[in-house]
Design a protein around this ligand. Structure first.
Ligand code: AMP
Length: 287
């Protein structure tokens, strides 16, 4: 198996990409912030299966963190990440330094409207602007034919699809399912910052999502009532600030009051040091 290449400058990344493109190879990109887990690796496996060369980017993007958020304690372990990616057969890791990506005179931002207004957009102002800006830069550096994102960040994946459509970017966006711990907690790099007690109780989030999904599949249509039951399930187990529990249209992300078609149930909660998000798709019974 060829060795994993480490690439840290945009120029070197673009040169490698150009070489592959001239050889007619299909390039897959998996953007990450590192501290990799099986969720990330499932996206990597998707890319390995659907392209000839896979690039994983590792970049903790300061632009997507608010001033009171967890940038300083965001977990990092580059050596372990490189080992995991090498074992998996990834071709290159792109890990620019912050100043490489955001030199002092940096002043261009990419912003998607509408889809960024609700859900996490309400509680993390500027977050999605940071995400779409860095993703546009990653696309320009790696020039992938396909890019793989996780359903775990459902709103983010919808926003990136919109970005690619609106700017006519010549690549396809793939969204892969959420990978969970055996107790249902969605895998996340941030889970390491949960206390032991929070970690034990955190599966309440998934239980609430499953309960909401079951209610919808039973034919219950009243979103407000379902959300109230989910809130009670979470509050029974977890001392937390709930940012939101929302039932939304899968495409527009607009809140749905009466459930008559497919929806996504999405939530975000704040624990002591960590904000957790999760979601699940649900559809009412066919009539
Ligand atoms: P992050 O490193 O958290 O920015 O995530 C990088 C990519 O991995 C994003 O597309 C996430 O949606 C995806 N991802 C994160 N956690 C999971 C998970 N548990 N299952 C599937 N994909 C995930």
């Amino acid at each position: 198996m060829p060795e994993l290449q480490r690439i840290s400058t945009v120029v070197a990344m673009q040169a490698q990409s150009e070489t592959w493109r001239r050889e007619g190879l299909c390039i897959g990109l998996v953007p990450t912030m590192g501290f990799l887990h099986e969720g990330h690796l499932s996206l990597v496996d998707y890319s390995l299966a659907h392209s000839d060369r896979t690039v994983v980017s590792i970049f903790v993007n300061p632009l997507q963190f608010g001033p009171r958020e967890d940038l300083a304690i965001y977990p990092r372990d580059m050596e372990r990440d490189l080992d995991l990616l090498n074992q998996r057969g990834v071709d290159a890791v792109f890990h620019p330094e912050t100043v490489e990506f955001y030199p002092p005179n940096f002043s261009t931002f990419v912003e998607v409207q509408e889809l960024t207004a609700g859900l996490c957009g309400v509680f993390r102002p500027g977050h999605f602007r940071g995400v779409t800006t860095v993703v546009a830069k990653l696309f320009a550096a790696v020039r992938p034919h396909l890019a793989v994102f996780g359903q775990k960040d459902y709103q983010q994946s919808a926003i990136i699809r919109q970005l690619v459509r609106d700017l006519n970017l010549d690549l396809s966006v793939e969204v892969a399912p959420t990978i969970r711990e055996t107790d249902g907690l969605a895998m996340s790099s941030r889970n390491i910052n949960l206390s032991d007690d929070e970690r034990r109780r955190a599966p309440a989030l998934y239980r609430a999502l499953v309960m909401g999904k079951e209610r919808i599949e039973e034919g219950r249509r009243d979103a407000t009532a379902i959300i109230a039951d989910m809130r009670a399930t979470i509050e029974r187990d977890l001392t937390t600030d709930i940012d939101y529990i929302s039932i939304v249209d899968p495409d527009t992300l607009a809140e749905v009051a009466e459930i008559t078609g497919p929806v996504v149930i999405a939530l975000a909660v704040r624990l002591a040091k960590v904000r957790l998000i999760d979601n699940i798709a649900a559809s009412p019974p066919q009539r």
